[in-house]
Write a protein that binds this ligand. Structure first.
Ligand SMILES: C[S@@+](CC[C@H](N)C(=O)[O-])C[C@H]1O[C@@H](n2cnc3c(N)ncnc32)[C@H](O)[C@@H]1O
Length: 207
């Protein structure tokens, strides 16, 4: 049975994200992807990141099943089997002593923090602060408010739609995200503008 899911936005944004990632790579090691969704980012990125392993993860089994489906369809030697990982967990599986692919030098997450309650962003920042090596990098892709203001009318409409689904969902203000990151030793390097009114927010762990 083919368990692959398809996310149209992944097909649109994967090229620009990969290009931005490749210009800002952390040291060789493992990239941990939080909330891998369908798995399309994982299978697109990994073959282009030969010095890194790609560790997909998700907290939902049907999403993990899709990642397994994509890995079976598009295998690459540096694609690791996905992990069940809830960003809010106080201990992530990559922190266990028997984790097979340390060190984690990169954490990547796309399109999660606006479509999850704020504690999920807080949990991810805490986890990234724990698992990243010194000078490891965290990359967050998605829409952000800047100075409390939406960067496009379409983002304002998307924000209203998110809140109609769940009042705890929202496009986050980048200053709030930067502040949360700083409490976990993650220094903000750059808010890199991406197509369709998104940003790649880049942080570096400083021990
Ligand atoms: C809009 S999808 C984005 C998926 C993928 N990253 C992408 O860009 O296509 C949001 C993802 O966040 C995941 N998610 C929500 N809360 C989470 C949590 N607490 N821990 C891990 N993943 C979570 C969902 O399972 C879903 O895969």
């Amino acid at each position: 049975m083919d368990r692959r899911q398809y996310t149209p936005s992944s097909a649109r944004n994967r090229g620009p994200i990969l290009q931005a990632l490749r210009e800002r790579l952390p040291a060789p090691g493992t990239f941990l992807e939080i909330a891998s969704g369908s798995g399309e980012h994982a299978v697109h990125f990994a073959p282009h990141l030969a010095d890194h392993k790609w560790q997909a993860s998700n907290h939902e089994q049907d999403q993990l099943d899709s990642v397994y489906g994509w890995l079976a369809h598009s295998p690459a030697p540096n694609l690791l089997p996905p992990l069940k990982l809830d960003a809010t967990a106080p201990l992530w599986p990559v922190e266990l002593p028997d984790y097979a692919a340390p060190p984690v030098t990169g954490v990547f997450n796309a399109n999660m923090i606006h479509i999850a309650p704020w504690p999920v962003c807080q949990g991810m920042m805490a986890g990234a602060g724990r698992v990243l090596v010194d000078r490891g990098r965290l990359f967050l892709y998605g829409p952000y408010k800047v100075g409390g203001i939406h960067t496009a009318e379409t983002n304002a409409e998307f924000d209203l739609w998110l809140k109609s689904k769940n009042p705890d969902f929202a496009i986050r203000d980048q200053d709030d995200v930067i502040h949360e990151a700083a409490t976990h030793g993650l220094v903000h390097l750059e808010a890199y503008p991406m197509p369709a009114n998104n940003f790649l927010q880049i942080f570096e762990k400083r021990a």
